[in-house]
Design a protein around this ligand. Structure first.
Ligand code: 3QA
Length: 229
């Protein structure tokens, strides 16, 4: 019996999902709340992790190990790294990295630690499915690399360094850690982000203005993905 985890990082990222579910059971566990529901006959567990790689690691692991989810979809917002992306645009992660993981002093590349990998690849089947969903919705979705780090990026220099170092399309604070968890536990995962800002000097203002509307765009797409799974 499949059980799907639908995850975000902030309340605003999961609010549209909970609204669509209507009714759900709330469970408090490990300092967080998990919302369980049956959606069109599919068991789902919804949660927002709180911000950053540590909280998102805890929540992704809990959804899989404690609630028994066997697939994970992440819905949220991101800062644009690719200059072609604008507010509201959708990005599907092909693979993800941690841009603030740095032991380059030992000659390793950025984002690498021994027995780890610079990139973790997302589930190819769900990436394929997203193309079908995108065409059904008449939406264009960019497939690209997402770089994750424990910092809200709000300057061109750091953003451009991330572009040059990881060839990222977008950046955020949770996808790369969720990817490591799902990969380690052999759970297919799909990370979708809608752009809320350009990770530049105006990022915090843009983020505040567009968080809610961009989160809705991402959530609508993710729920359409669940319909097709
Ligand atoms: N430019 C950027 N840099 C990094 N990440 C992002 C993301 C993606 N999410 C949004 C959120 C930002 C946390 S700070 C805002 C907290 O406000 C709380 C109220 O004060 C975190 O969960 C990562 C959008 N734009 C970004």
């Amino acid at each position: 019996m499949q059980k799907i985890a639908i995850m975000g990082a902030m309340p605003e990222e999961v609010a549209p999902i909970l609204e669509k579910l209507g009714s759900y059971k709330t469970t408090e566990y490990a300092g967080n709340k998990y919302y369980e529901a049956s959606y069109k006959g599919i068991e789902v567990v919804v949660a927002y992790s709180k911000i950053g790689k540590v909280f998102s690691t805890l929540t992704a692991t809990t959804m899989i190990e404690h609630f028994g989810c066997d697939r994970l979809l992440f819905s949220g917002v991101a800062g644009a790294v690719s200059p072609e992306l604008k507010v509201g645009d959708l990005v599907v992660a092909t693979k993800l990295s941690q841009h603030d993981l740095d032991i380059t002093a030992f000659g390793h590349p950025y984002g690498f630690v021994p027995e780890g990998a610079v990139f973790v690849e997302a589930d190819k089947d769900m990436i394929e499915l997203s193309k079908k969903v995108a065409s059904k919705m008449g939406k264009s979705v960019k497939e690209g690399i997402i770089a994750t780090g424990d910092q809200f990026v709000a300057n061109e220099e750091r953003k451009n360094w991330i572009l040059e170092t990881f060839d990222a399309s977008a950046l955020e604070m949770e996808g790369g850690s969720v990817a490591v968890v799902c990969n380690a536990l052999n759970v297919p995962f799909f990370i979708l982000r809608s752009i809320s800002d350009a990770a530049d000097m105006d990022a915090s203002f843009s983020f505040d203005e567009f968080l809610e509307s961009s989160a809705i765009i991402s959530a609508e797409f993710v729920m359409n993905m669940v319909d097709e799974i």
